[in-house]
Write a protein that binds this ligand. Structure first.
Ligand code: F0G
Length: 451
């Protein structure tokens, strides 16, 4: 236990208002040892030299020969100041862009310059996870971890494998049976991770990995890890940066284990508290209908943050019911095929902070939205496209105005799940199917097709 008045710049604190136990950042903890709740990484801001205004971070573009200024995460390092520079691990993460996409905006009936796609597929392992892994593995280096592990629907394992290799530590990843997109599985194997496929789904893997990490003292890299979520805050900083240091009106993000949404809420809360932004955007978290625990709990069971006094009985009853029904989630957006999201309570807090909404969209709409993004944008994997599928509904029912400034977070690269893309186009499954055309090996026949 520690006391935040000590000299440290950062500490860890339990999110439970009845507990609020505090710990030193050198302790390796994923849940509060006193009450079992989630933990936050917090800061004694008065001990940190902040830039005065957010735009000052932009000056680091000029000094990007410094590896930390080059990183799209560590460029903002004072806002996630939990470890010394010497421990910071970087493989050039966060070189992402915010694509203003007029074609998709027009297609959705929005004012053309209003839609922005935050393309996290440009990260070194091809997904947003690298924002979190650079931070968590920096903490792992700080505490001297020698081996690490994660459960994954694919992207976490790819990212962990990449960063663990960079750090020279052993890495074990747990994946469910038959539920991981090939692009992602290939990365974990190629980057040299020990890949363990459990007979079960992601939620089973998540449970096992926590027990394994406790038993064997492995460093856990799932989003329970409070340092990982610190890195993911920078996705929001980069959106603000790309908008000329202005805040958008809406942020849309797919919801799986709910790490991103939790960290986005924390990012905006802290920026507002620090006086670095003057308003907080609204957040929409989008589930797939085949894995819609958050949507069901928030919209049908009335679950709320309630100043931290979350009604645990609603959650317990819900999970008991899933167990009784032997429920296993199913969606083509395999990245978000999760029914017991570990960051549920932090996400409820983010919804509270950002006046947020939750919704669910069916697989067919996710597939079409994915193809729309592929046709007019940079492409993405299915889970990412849930954002644009959701946006279509929110525009149609007037929740989001056609001239509101919207940023959809495209969480993963289109090449992560090539099977789904090829099947969609070849099997003429949807609105934007674009199958290859077969032709004889004959010049005239080929010319006829192209003319
Ligand atoms: N999008 C993609 C591409 C993902 O890989 C994930 C999560 C999410 C969205 C959901 O994000 O968990 O922060 O709500 N993938 C994890 C994994 C679970 O193991 O790769 P979240």
């Amino acid at each position: 236990m520690t006391d935040n008045n000590s000299k440290s710049q950062a500490y860890v604190q339990c999110i439970n208002p009845a507990c609020r136990a505090q710990f030193d950042c050198m302790e390796v903890l994923y849940k509060c040892p006193k009450c079992g709740e989630l933990l936050d990484t917090l800061y004694n801001w008065d001990k940190i030299e902040l830039p005065g205004k957010l735009s000052n971070f932009g000056k680091r573009w000029a000094t990007r020969d410094n590896r930390l200024d080059f990183s799209g995460v560590w460029r903002f390092r004072e806002l996630l100041n939990f470890c010394p520079d010497k421990n910071k691990v970087s493989v050039g993460e966060g070189q992402t862009i915010l694509e203003q996409n007029c074609a998709i905006a027009e297609h959705l009936g929005m004012k053309p310059d209003c839609l922005h796609l935050q393309y996290e597929g440009l990260n070194p392992s091809g997904s947003f996870k690298d924002n979190g892994m650079t931070a968590a593995l920096s903490h792992a280096m700080m505490v001297g971890a020698k081996s690490c592990a994660c459960a994954s629907t694919g992207n976490t394992s790819a990212s962990v494998a990449l960063y663990a290799h960079k750090c020279g530590i052993k890495c074990t990843v747990f994946i469910g049976t038959g539920r991981i997109a090939f692009g992602k599985l290939s990365q974990a194997m190629d980057y040299g991770a020990q890949t363990i496929q459990i007979h079960g789904d992601f939620d089973d893997c998540m449970k096992q990995v926590q027990d394994v990490c406790n038993e064997l003292g492995l460093y856990l890299l799932n989003s329970l890890n409070p340092y990982r979520l610190e890195g993911q805050k920078t996705i929001m900083f980069r959106i603000i940066e790309a908008l000329g240091w202005q805040v958008p009106d809406w942020i849309l993000v797919p919801g799986g284990n709910l790490g991103n949404s939790s960290s986005f809420g924390k990012a905006f809360y802290e920026l507002k508290e620090l006086g670095l932004i003057d308003r907080i955007p609204r957040l929409v978290i989008i589930n797939s209908t085949g894995a819609d625990t958050l949507n069901d709990l928030v919209n049908n069971k009335g679950l709320k943050w309630n100043d931290g006094n979350v009604d645990q009985k609603i959650i317990d009853d819900y999970y008991a019911d899933l167990t009784a029904k032997n429920f296993s989630p199913h969606t083509i957006a395999s990245a978000i095929e999760i029914s017991r999201p570990v960051n549920l309570k932090k996400c409820l807090r983010a919804i509270d902070v950002c006046n947020g909404l939750v919704m669910a969209v069916p697989d067919e709409e996710i597939k079409d939205a994915k193809a729309l993004i592929g046709k007019y944008g940079l492409g993405c994997e299915p889970a990412s496209a849930a954002t644009v599928a959701g946006l279509r509904h929110l525009l149609a029912d007037g929740t989001i105005d056609k001239d509101a400034r919207v940023a959809c977070v495209l969480t993963g690269h289109v090449l992560k799940d090539p099977n789904l893309t090829v099947n969609y186009h070849k099997d003429l499954e949807g609105q934007f199917s674009n199958p290859p055309v077969e032709v004889a090996n004959d010049l005239q026949e080929i010319i006829k097709l192209i003319k």
